[in-house]
Write a protein that binds this ligand. Structure first.
Ligand SMILES: [Zn+2]
Length: 191
């Protein structure tokens, strides 16, 4: 259980491979997964695949879809159209059909394992992790920053686990100041 937070950090980093923080108006953010090699490097960094594993265009395509669809499951995500939850899960669950899993009993515990090789194996490991974190009721600690111009995905280690901002210093204060200014403005209007 001690490594749960590390696993959560890895998942947050997966979402942040599309960095949505805006540096100027209408900034689309930065996409870090542009080529199969980018995905390979990311999966290798977290030991989800080994050097010998090959990652192709299809894996990249599935990774991006997986990132978009599972991101909608982040509990405080209001940016990705949670509107129709059933539809959200339908697309994700259809995507899961491109994966094959099995499970193994070991001495102490059971393991869910991806059956495929290459990039798909790495993404399969990632999915198993998401599955496990949800089962362990740890998933809610993956949060998205409530600032629309940030949307950085972070891990909330606080006891209540209901954080709204990636950092209180930057985004939290910015939101507070904005609320203050807006309150001032409406107060002004009412006079
Ligand atoms: Zn933020």
């Amino acid at each position: 259980m001690g490594t749960d937070f590390e696993e959560l950090e890895m998942i947050a980093d997966f979402y942040n491979t599309h960095d949505r923080r805006m540096r100027f108006e209408n900034d689309p953010g930065v996409e870090h997964l542009n080529r199969p090699e980018d995905l390979k490097r990311w999966l290798e960094r977290y030991h989800l695949i080994s050097k010998e594993d090959e990652v192709n265009d299809q894996d990249l395509n599935i990774a991006i879809q997986l990132r978009n669809e599972t991101r909608k499951m982040i509990v405080n995500n209001v940016f990705d159209g949670q509107g129709d939850a059933a539809d959200t899960l339908k697309e994700l669950n259809e995507l899961l059909n491109s994966f094959n899993f099995t499970f193994r009993f070991t001495g102490e515990h059971e393991e869910l394992l991806p059956l495929q090789r290459g990039g798909r194996k790495g993404l399969g490991h990632l999915l198993v992790l998401i599955f496990e974190l949800r089962r362990q009721k740890m998933w809610n600690r993956i949060r998205v920053c409530s600032a629309a111009d940030c949307q950085w995905v972070f891990v909330d280690r606080s006891r209540p686990g209901t954080g709204k901002w990636c950092t209180m210093k930057a985004c939290g204060n910015r939101a507070k100041n904005k609320a203050y200014r807006e309150r001032k403005k409406t107060e002004g209007h009412s006079c």
